[in-house]
Design a protein around this ligand. Structure first.
Ligand SMILES: [Zn+2]
Length: 239
């Protein structure tokens, strides 16, 4: 049964934060790392074939490393959560009174009176003691549980789709214009990503939070490309 909301027209977005973070991270990484690598190689060696190979390799390697990184990091988070829940379950069996007192104390800290806290702890313990402790003591909830495969897939998929943009731009660019075309396409793609992630996160179109998110994403992306182009240029001069 869906939870009743006091403001159904303007819902909360916090339960999107898990996959949104992985998706934005994947997309941002895809655009920035593939475009930076293309610009870096183009600055060192304008041979079209070399640029395409570098771009394709960056796309494949990046998507795989994103998936592996997300899977490993979210798996360790999920392991920690599972271990904590198992510890709580054992403690509820071994020290039911101490656990009950702990739960009542949590409700008192939330502002309930002694009697009400005791009553709430009694009723929730009668209903499902582990659920009450997992939610109110450990702060874990089903909607925000760590999902390694979902996170790995979300970031690899968004990395690939977003990273393909600068590569397609490099392929479509007229000879000798790869750097400027990739720079323009990447800046526009990053601005779109910043705005989209702010929108999905609940920001209003054109609002301060959306403009800040957009500016932040574009600034760091362009900075990364500038540094890589500089390194590529130095290598080109040295070669
Ligand atoms: Zn407990």
């Amino acid at each position: 049964m869906p939870k009743p909301s006091a403001h159904p027209g303007d819902p909360h977005f916090v339960d999107r934060s898990g996959w949104l973070r992985a998706a934005v991270l994947g997309a941002n990484d895809g655009i920035v790392s593939v475009s930076s690598l293309i610009v870096g190689v183009a600055a060192a060696n304008p041979d079209r074939g070399a640029i395409m190979i570098a771009g394709g390799a960056a796309l494949a390697a990046g998507a795989m490393s994103m998936a592996a990184g997300e899977y490993v990091s979210v798996s360790s988070q999920s392991d920690t959560e599972r271990a904590d829940i198992a510890r709580e379950k054992a403690s509820l069996k071994q020290f039911p009174d101490a656990e009950f007192a702990e739960l009542a104390a949590i409700y008192r800290e939330k502002g309930l009176s002694e009697a009400t806290a005791h009553r709430v702890a009694t009723e929730l313990t009668r209903k499902d003691p582990l659920a009450a402790h997992v939610r109110d003591e450990l702060g874990l909830s089903a909607t925000r549980a760590a999902r390694p495969l979902q996170a790995a897939f979300a970031s690899a998929a968004t990395f690939s789709v977003a990273g393909a943009l600068p590569l397609l731009a490099a392929i479509a660019a007229p000879p000798g214009a790869a750097i400027s075309v990739v720079l323009c396409v990447t800046a526009v793609a990053l601005a779109a990503l910043g705005a989209l992630s702010a929108k999905v996160g609940g920001a209003k179109i054109g609002s301060g939070p959306m403009l800040r998110a957009t500016f932040r994403v574009v600034l760091w992306g362009v900075f990364a490309m500038a540094v890589t182009a500089g390194v590529g240029f130095l290598f080109g001069v040295a070669a």
